[in-house]
Design a protein around this ligand. Structure first.
Ligand SMILES: Nc1ncnc2c1ncn2[C@@H]1O[C@H](COP(=O)(O)OP(=O)(O)OP(=O)(O)O)[C@@H](O)[C@H]1O
Length: 294
């Protein structure tokens, strides 16, 4: 299965160009869409799940065209939007049962097993009798995840998945997606948090100002930042200079002053050490570079 996004642009009625000639191929497994707030991630997600039409360009999923085969594409999709909310009077299990029946699971016994399985997977089995709208924020988010996945979608689109989740829940959520990604499904995870995708995505794209600044594997992205991550031990005057001129990714106080990690050419500073880049460094490096080009 493969999604092909070709020359996609979105211009809102107020003239804002949210997507600018985006070209991407997304295969099975977990794909990360990373970018700062306002980069265009939600716009791209909403086009992919057929909630919005592009201004220019096309999207196909295998032999289906997003414009011509909306119904077929919708039946393959599970979408968890950024602001998942519901105003339901249903109990937690009833809510999932309803979602399962909407996704086409007609048999009551199969549905009951599915509901129990998903309640357990997202850690809501013990609160299954509670009214869904009385769950805590994190629990509602998890119910949203179960609702998205219960119909076995082939394409799973999740916008800012870990918003409102505590660290333990984040890990649980990542594990659920990791397990799913072993099957023949496409999972698209859109986020501005590098940590959400670092351990789980085999491919990613960086979006900045509506444009693709990078596409490829996390390893290839990290490699691009090699030679551009430096640690400098510094004090007073030099520290101010660094802060003004370079993106600083960490600052640790030392006895003499500061140990600073910066993105850029740090070789000119005294006691500078070149560091092995990680995904977070590479993300900052690319955002700086692509912003400078736009
Ligand atoms: N309906 C709209 N009308 C006009 N401009 C919009 C509309 N929706 C989004 N935008 C603008 O388009 C740009 C991209 O927004 P989008 O929501 O796609 O970005 P994002 O990467 O998902 O960011 P966030 O995480 O903050 O939602 C932003 O500048 C946003 O203000």
């Amino acid at each position: 299965m493969q999604i092909n996004i070709q020359e996609l642009s979105k211009i809102y009625p107020n003239g804002k160009k949210a997507l600018d000639n985006v070209n991407l191929e997304i295969g099975t497994g977990m794909f990360g869409l990373l970018g700062p707030n306002g980069a265009g991630k939600s716009s791209l997600m909403r086009i992919l799940v057929t909630l919005m039409k592009p201004s220019i360009g096309s999207v196909s999923i295998d032999s289906f065209d997003l414009e011509k085969n909306r119904k077929e594409i919708r039946s393959m999709l599970g979408y968890l939007p950024q602001d998942f909310r519901f105003f339901s009077k249903l109990k937690t299990w009833e809510f999932l049962d309803y979602a399962a029946s909407l996704s086409g699971i007609k048999n009551k016994n199969i549905r009951r097993d599915k509901v129990d399985e998903w309640l357990d997977k997202v850690g809501l089995f013990d609160v299954r009798e509670r009214d869904a709208n009385k769950l805590s924020g994190g629990m509602k988010r998890r119910l949203g995840i179960a609702q998205t996945l219960i119909g076995n979608p082939k394409i799973i689109v999740v916008d800012e998945p870990t918003t409102g989740l505590d660290p333990e829940e984040r890990i649980r959520f990542r594990n659920i997606l990791s397990e799913l990604s072993q099957q023949d499904v496409i999972i698209i995870l859109s986020t501005h948090i590098v940590g959400d995708i670092s351990s789980v995505c085999n491919n990613l794209a960086l979006l900045n100002n509506g444009q693709v600044a990078f596409k490829g594997t996390p390893e290839a992205l990290i490699e691009k930042a090699r030679g551009h991550v430096w640690q400098v031990n510094t004090s007073g005057y030099e520290y101010d200079l660094i802060k003004d001129k370079y993106p600083v990714v960490s600052t640790i106080p030392t006895q003499e002053g500061w140990e600073v990690q910066l993105i850029g050419d740090g070789s000119q500073f005294t006691n500078a050490i070149e560091l092995e880049p990680n995904l977070e460094h590479a993300y900052v490096y690319f955002m700086e570079m692509s912003s400078a080009l736009i």
